[in-house]
Design a protein around this ligand. Structure first.
Ligand code: CP
Length: 328
């Protein structure tokens, strides 16, 4: 039989990678990002938005594969990573409908699952209930691992899209008064966003019931950074001055005592009445899902930015995927 080679590899473009400082890197924590890196990511995200608006997508990551491994439920993070990869022409292994349908249900360890997926994929996105799981996964993997939420630890890609949204909506990051409301204890998006905001000249207000206050370790970082900060139980104390109202859900799944959850689950509800007291130019944000803490009648308020925030998540994740794969 005359066996001719299928491919002329020398004639193919190959897999050249940019040296952008992110190529091959894991994305585990917001502590990896200084202002210069944030500007780079945001500029790339704006380019991604332009290409989606103009052409729906582009083949920048054609031939690349993303493994999306979610041990906890997700709508936005999982869908936006999948959409991001597909709009860049890549493919996805979606283990997002619950790891009970994977070999994890047979007792496979995180280490073996990661070492298996990296045989197929060029990048792995992981959501896992344990703090430090993404860092552990990164130590097992030779491909980049992106933390999509590790328990009550961090959710760095959410915070990048949050910060991007604030800049996009208000045109600046310096000099803002940011109020975070709700479950500041378990809300990993609050933890990550707070750390990012410490790089800017901002005032921070933390509004929560006593049992859901910001963890001391993060509050100490805020104090050490010399930021103007106050804690309160009352939205009324912050609503008139806030440029950003960052509202969060009380995370029922993190409570060991459900009676405690019942006590605080309806502590806050942002309504049109409350919004009458807010500045004309400000934004209401929420990482979503919401379970009642922002009334649906607020959605038509132009200051309600949470669905624009959702869309920005896809652009930020397009930028990150292209960057860690050395293509942007
Ligand atoms: N904001 C966020 O992480 O949403 P999902 O839990 O739906 O991914």
């Amino acid at each position: 039989m005359n066996l001719k080679p299928l491919f002329d590899l020398e004639a193919m473009p190959g897999n050249e990678r940019h040296d952008n400082g992110f190529t091959g890197q894991d994305i585990l924590s917001v502590s990896q990002f200084d202002k210069e890196k944030l500007s780079y990511i945001f500029e790339r995200a704006r380019e991604m938005r332009a290409v989606v608006k103009h052409a729906s997508g582009v083949d920048l990551l054609k031939g690349h594969v993303l493994a999306c491994l979610f041990y906890e439920p997700s709508t936005r993070t999982s869908s936006s990573f999948i959409a991001a990869m597909e709009r860049l022409g890549g493919g996805v292994i979606p283990i997002t409908q619950g790891v009970q349908f994977s070999s994890v249900s047979k007792g496979e360890t995180l280490a073996d699952t990661i070492r298996t997926l990296e045989q197929y994929a060029d990048v792995i996105v992981l959501r896992h209930p344990e703090i430090g799981s993404a860092k552990a996964a990164a130590s097992y993997a030779s491909v980049p691992v992106i933390n999509a939420g590790d328990g009550t630890g961090e959710h760095p890609t959410q915070s990048l899209l949050d910060l991007f949204t604030i800049q996009d909506e208000l045109g600046r990051l310096e000099g803002l008064k940011v109020a975070m409301i709700g479950d500041l204890r378990y809300g990993r998006t609050v933890h990550s966003l707070t750390k990012l905001l410490l790089q800017y000249d901002v005032s921070l207000r933390f509004v929560s019931p006593e049992i859901l206050r910001l963890p001391l370790a993060i509050m100490n970082q805020v104090i050490d950074a010399g930021v103007d900060v106050r804690e309160t139980h009352e939205v009324a104390d912050v609503i008139e001055n806030a440029d950003v109202l960052y509202v969060t859900r009380v995370q029922k799944e993190r409570f060991t005592d459900l009676a405690q959850y019942e006590e605080v689950k309806e502590f806050y509800k942002i309504t049109p009445e409350i919004m009458k007291r807010a500045k004309e130019k400000m934004v209401v944000m929420h990482p979503l899902p919401r379970v009642g803490e922002i009334h649906y009648t607020v959605d038509s308020d132009p200051r309600a930015a949470y669905f624009r925030q959702v869309q920005n998540g896809m652009y930020i994740r397009m930028a990150l995927l292209a960057m860690v794969l050395g293509k942007a």
